[in-house]
Design a protein around this ligand. Structure first.
Ligand code: ZN
Length: 325
């Protein structure tokens, strides 16, 4: 692929610059659509929050943001285009569905009774990558896939197989959600066995596990690892700390994998539905959960661990460029 689709049109991979590989401008837990009376869409408030997020990311040189919100979790490509138009940043949007427990598979389970849903999901993703989303002409620049904790369910597997087919035909990049870092090797194997190109796959949320040999097991398949939950730590998330994640990066770079690591926060800049009411535990776990954390903590932390400027910059610039090139 000589270009990557952003919500504002095609961009050369060389023009992406520093890229965050997994964020959410808007995200709604499935079912938020039904709470429209008290949780309705507050466009101007949301736009202000997203413009602020872009400014915060730009403060450390970010020029492109991959929005990983799936089709049923509040993806809104017209809104994303408005954020891109207002700020001038590149936004790459996704096509795909979330993992089973937090998705809305009822629709596909119903259709399964009378339609070939593997074919239908393939056609949906292909259309969104090549023609556009919801009749807009705004195309998905990545396919987003997700699996559950310690398993890829039969319905999730249908999405993986459809995505591999679309990847093979179009060259589009695939990013994934692993639940707490589990099933990384299995996700890669499933996609590759169905014809996807490993150099176009980023296995996501891999910073849910900081075991170096586990990462090597995934990386030896020729895919990228997306360490894309910086700032999400503590009791609520059952994850390693950001410090442990930075130690992991240094260890992988020392083993020669510096060209296969991608970064992000999995930040949610607007929660759709009614505003969240924070408990003390949530407040603690979410204190660094924002798009500033990589600039404020991770880049300096990697320097302290002995990585040089070029090695650090590659994680945000050269690696995403190579993934999309
Ligand atoms: Zn996410």
């Amino acid at each position: 692929m000589r270009y990557v689709n952003t919500v504002s049109g095609p961009v050369s991979p060389d023009q992406l610059g520093r890229t965050l590989m997994h964020e959410h401008f808007l995200f709604g837990y499935c079912g938020f659509q039904g709470d429209a009376t008290l949780g309705g869409f507050r466009g101007q408030e949301y736009l202000d929050a997203c413009v602020k997020a872009v400014e915060d990311a730009r403060a450390y040189g970010i020029e492109t943001i991959v929005d990983a919100t799936t089709n049923e979790c509040g993806r809104n490509v017209r809104f994303l285009q408005k954020v891109a138009d207002t700020t001038g940043i590149n936004i790459i949007c996704s096509t795909g569905y979330y993992f089973e427990a937090e998705s809305s598979f009822a629709y596909w389970n119903f259709r399964k009774g009378f339609a070939d849903i593997g074919q239908e999901i393939y056609e949906m993703m292909l259309a969104e990558v090549t023609r556009g989303i919801e009749g807009t002409g705004i195309k998905a620049g990545v396919i987003k896939l997700a699996s559950s904790c310690q398993q890829i369910t039969p319905m999730e597997e249908i999405f993986f197989k459809a995505a591999a087919r679309v990847q093979k035909e179009t060259g589009v990049v695939i990013i994934t959600h692993t639940q707490r870092g589990t099933m990384g090797p299995q996700q890669a194997d499933l996609l590759i066995a169905n014809g996807a190109d490993p150099s176009k796959i980023a296995i996501g949320h891999m910073c849910g596990n900081t075991d170096v040999s586990y990462h090597e097991e995934v990386l030896k398949r020729g895919v990228y690892v997306n360490l894309d939950r910086f700032g999400l730590q503590g009791e609520l998330f059952h994850t390693p700390t950001d410090g442990q994640r930075m130690d992991l990066i240094k260890a992988l770079v020392d083993k020669g994998y510096g060209g296969r690591i991608l970064l992000g926060h999995d930040s949610v800049n607007v929660n759709l539905g009614r505003p969240i009411v924070m408990t003390e535990m949530m407040r603690q776990s979410l204190k660094d959960a924002n798009i500033r954390t990589i600039g404020a903590k991770v880049l300096p932390g990697l320097k302290e661990r002995g990585m040089n400027g070029e090695q650090i910059d590659a994680l945000l610039r050269a690696n995403p460029r190579n993934l999309f090139a």
